[in-house]
Design a protein. Structure first.
Length: 268
């Protein structure tokens, strides 16, 4: 197969159980990919600030699809960005907070300059937010936020996450909820997905879908995996993802994506 672009989800896919990766191994893989003019894309529901922090040593060598496709950045250039109207963000946040699915105001706004949670949120969600987001700010009212918002994220229980996603999608038509973790759902503009980011990159670099290799584990990866000529799921992926993928590899905790890429570059 001729691969020109490799895109991988982060949490539950590329990153290990501690949310980390072997930087020395990754550096070696990146160098070999670059020698063959193959682009590496970090495609995540995480905010851009968080991805840039995660890959601080490699920022000029990694392309970012952040916010589940809401923003795409190549080096110092924003190639695509889809902001949400702030009045709509506030209405959605109120709807979520009033629902029976959301407890303890576990709602976060993800913006260009930072991320925002309410002071009424419980300690568990405040700590969880800091693990996945940068510049987390606690506010008394979301209306006080002064930032461009690209998405909302919300915590449901593991038992109700899929039910909660379906409930929200029946309530609001202009945006959609997509499951990103076993408790987490992102609210993003309808029509936006990780595939959106790949389409913009393919156009910029004259790459065909057949030349894309993608890795994922959760429902927010489905569009990206369908788009890619070669799709790979983790052994820990949801069943829907494994059924769709061309290949199923090891567990993210064992850094199976890095191992797969190391095997790939040895064939060069």
């Amino acid at each position: 197969m001729t691969i020109k672009l490799i895109a991988t989800d982060m949490d539950g896919t590329f990153l290990d159980i501690d949310g980390a990766y072997d930087k020395q191994r990754f550096d070696t893989v990146l160098s070999k990919l670059a020698a063959k003019d193959i682009y590496f894309v970090a495609a995540s529901g995480r905010q851009l600030l968080a991805l840039e922090s995660l890959f601080a040593e490699f920022k000029d060598r990694v392309i970012f699809i952040a916010e589940n496709g809401g923003i795409v950045k190549f080096r110092d250039t924003i190639l695509f960005e889809e902001k949400m109207a702030f009045d709509k963000v506030l209405k959605i946040a109120d709807l979520l907070r009033q629902s029976d699915y959301v407890m303890h105001d576990a709602v976060l706004l993800s913006g260009a300059k930072g991320s925002y949670i309410l002071e009424t949120t419980n300690a568990y969600y405040k700590e969880k937010a800091k693990h996945y987001y940068e510049n987390v700010q606690v506010v008394s009212d979301f209306a006080l936020v002064d930032d461009d918002i690209l998405k909302l994220t919300v915590n449901f229980s593991a038992e109700t996450v899929l039910e909660g996603e379906a409930w929200f999608n029946r309530q609001v038509q202009s945006v959609r909820a997509v499951t990103t973790g076993f408790e987490s759902v992102d609210i993003i503009p309808r029509g936006i997905s990780k595939e959106t980011g790949l389409v913009h990159l393919a156009d910029k670099f004259n790459i065909q879908p057949s030349q894309v290799l993608a890795f994922g584990d959760n429902l927010n990866d489905l569009e990206m995996l369908r788009y890619a000529g070669t799709s790979v799921a983790m052994s820990n992926a949801r069943d829907e993802v494994k059924q769709l993928a061309d290949h199923v590899i090891g567990h993210h905790g064992d850094q199976a994506v890095l191992a797969y890429l190391e095997s790939l570059v040895t064939d060069f």
